[in-house]
Design a protein around this ligand. Structure first.
Ligand code: NAD
Length: 414
C-alpha cells in the first residue's frame, strides 16, 4: 500500500507572488500581502503524565488586522513549523474578507505528538494559553480548533484564559455548547462545502442527484460534507483516511461509515472494497473532495483525476502545479478560502452570540450560513466570469482588494 505524504510546497507564497504581479501592487501593498503583523514563538515546558518534563514549541502568527480582530485556528500537529502557521494565517485573512466577516487572519499551534493522553494535551493547551494570553482577546485575536484540537481543548483554553482575565466566552470559538459554543459549529465547514458544491455543480450542469463523490480525509470536514452531499442525492464512491482507503461504486453510506469508524478502522468497513489510498484521486467520480492535509494533490495526481469538480475542504490541498493541470483539463476547483469558509462563518456567529450574551434561535444559523456562502460564491463566480480567471484567482482578488481597501480606509499600515 502506498503511503501518502503531503508535499512540502508553500503554495501560498507562490500564489501571493503571482497575485502581487497580477494586481500590479505597490511595494507597500505587496508587503502587506506577504509579511505578517506579528509572529510569536513560545516554548512550553510541560510535566507529562509519565512524570517527565518536555518542552514543546508553540506559535501564533497574526497576519493582517485591518478588517477586525485576528481570527484563526490552533493546530496541534507533529512537525508544525512557523512557516506553515504563516501561510495559514494569510489564508485566514483572505477567507474572512471573502465571506465579509470583520476579522483579520491568524493561525498557530504547537508542534507535539498526535496521540497524546488527554491529561498531557490539556497541560500543553493550558501552557500555550498562559504564554500568549496578552496577545489574544475577544477584540484582539480569537483562536479556534484546527487539526489535532477540538471543542474539548477550546473549553480548557477558555478556562485557562479566565484565570488571567475573568470569564470571557468570546475569547475562543468552537467551544462546547455548555460554554457558549454553537451547536452547528462542528458540522458547518462540511455542510457549507456541500452547499457550495451544489452551486458549482449547477454551474457546470452536473446534476447532484446521483453525482459520484470521492473524499480524501474522512474527519470532521470530509464526513460532514459526505453526509450532507449524500442527503442531497449524491453517491459517495470512495473515501480515505490516514489508515487506508475504500471504494464502492453503488455508494457508501457516510453516516454508517462514521459509526463504523468509532470502533474499527476504515479498511474493515464491510460493504466496501479496499483501495490503494494513492488511487483515490483517480477513482471515476464527478466530485473530488480533498479534506485531509495541505499539499496532498500534486500535478501527477491532478493528471490522473477524472472528476469535473474539486472542492478543497482542506487548506491548500492542491499544489500550484496541480491547480494548473486542473485548469488545463477544465476541472472546476472550488478554492479553499471559499469551499471551507463555512466553519469560519459559524465561528463568527458564535463570537457574536458570546459578545451579545444571547443565543441564536433555531434556523437562524442555517439561513445566515447559506445566505453568506451564496453571496461569496456569487461574488467570486461573477468576478471569474468577467475576467476569465479561475475561481481561485477570482476569490483571492476579491478578498485582497477588500483587505487593501480596509488598510487604505484606516489611513495607515494595519
Ligand atoms: P480531522 O483531523 O477531523 O480530519 C482529518 C482527516 O484526514 C482524518 O480522517 C485523517 O485520518 C485524514 N488523513 C490524515 N492524513 C491523511 C492521508 N495521508 N491520507 C488520507 N487521509 C488522511 O481534521 P478536519 O477538521 O476535518 O480538517 C481537515 C482539513 O480541513 C485540514 O486541512 C483543516 O485545516 C481544514 N479545515 C478544517 C476546518 C474545520 O472546521 N474543521 C475549517 C477549515 C479548514
Amino acid at each position: 500500500m502506498t503511503v501518502l505524504c503531503p508535499q512540502p510546497a508553500d503554495t501560498h507564497d507562490a500564489m501571493c507572488w503571482s497575485m502581487v504581479e497580477r494586481l500590479g501592487l505597490t511595494e507597500r501593498d505587496a508587503q502587506l500581502l506577504l509579511a505578517p503583523y506579528r509572529e510569536v514563538l513560545v516554548s512550553l515546558p510541560v510535566r507529562l503524565s509519565d512524570g517527565t518534563v518536555r518542552s514543546f514549541r508553540g506559535y501564533r502568527v497574526q497576519h493582517n488586522g485591518a478588517r477586525g480582530p485576528f481570527k484563526g485556528g490552533l493546530r496541534f500537529h507533529p512537525g508544525l513549523e512557523l512557516s506553515e502557521a504563516r501561510s495559514l494565517a494569510r489564508l485566514m485573512t483572505w477567507k474572512a474578507a471573502l465571506i465579509d466577516v470583520p476579522f483579520g487572519g491568524a493561525k498557530g499551534g504547537v508542534d507535539c505528538p498526535a496521540d497524546l493522553p488527554p491529561a498531557d494535551l490539556q497541560a500543553i493547551a493550558r501552557a500555550y494559553v498562559a504564554r500568549v494570553e496578552r496577545l489574544i482577546g475577544p477584540t484582539r485575536d480569537i483562536p479556534a480548533p484546527d487539526l489535532g484540537t477540538n471543542s474539548v481543548v477550546m473549553g480548557w483554553m477558555m478556562d485557562e484564559y479566565a484565570k488571567f482575565h475573568g470569564p470571557t466566552p468570546a475569547i475562543i470559538t468552537g467551544k462546547p455548547v455548555e460554554l457558549g459554543g454553537l451547536p452547528a459549529r462542528e458540522s458547518a465547514t462540511g455542510r457549507g462545502l456541500a452547499h457550495l458544491v451544489t452551486r458549482a455543480a449547477a454551474d457546470v450542469s452536473l446534476p447532484l442527484d446521483g453525482a459520484r463523490v470521492a473524499i480524501q480525509g474522512f474527519g470532521n470536514v470530509g464526513s460532514w460534507a459526505g453526509i450532507e452531499l449524500h442527503a442531497r442525492g449524491a453517491r459517495i464512491v470512495a473515501v480515505s483516511d490516514e489508515s487506508g482507503a475504500i471504494t464502492r461504486s453503488d455508494g457508501i453510506d457516510p453516516a454508517g461509515l462514521l459509526a463504523h469508524l468509532r470502533g474499527a478502522p476504515l479498511s474493515t468497513y464491510g460493504p466496501a472494497e479496499a483501495l490503494d489510498p494513492a488511487d483515490l484521486v483517480a477513482v471515476d467520480c464527478d466530485i473530488l473532495i480533498p479534506a485531509a492535509l495541505g499539499g496532498m494533490i500534486g500535478a501527477q495526481d491532478a493528471e490522473r483525476a477524472r472528476c469535473r469538480i474539486v472542492a478543497e475542504g482542506a487548506n491548500a490541498p492542491c499544489t500550484p502545479a496541480a491547480d494548473d493541470v486542473f485548469r488545463r483539463n477544465d476541472v472546476t476547483v472550488l478554492p479553499d478560502i471559499l469551499a471551507n469558509a463555512g466553519g469560519l462563518y459559524a465561528s463568527y456567529l458564535e463570537w457574536v452570540q458570546n459578545l451579545r450574551h444571547q443565543a441564536w434561535r433555531g434556523g437562524e444559523v442555517d439561513s445566515l450560513l447559506a445566505e453568506t456562502l451564496n453571496r461569496a460564491y456569487d461574488d467570486v463566480a461573477k468576478h471569474a466570469d468577467r475576467t476569465g480567471d479561475s475561481l481561485r484567482v477570482a476569490a483571492w482578488e476579491v478578498a485582497i482588494r477588500r483587505v487593501l481597501a480596509a488598510v487604505d480606509a484606516r489611513g495607515a499600515g494595519a
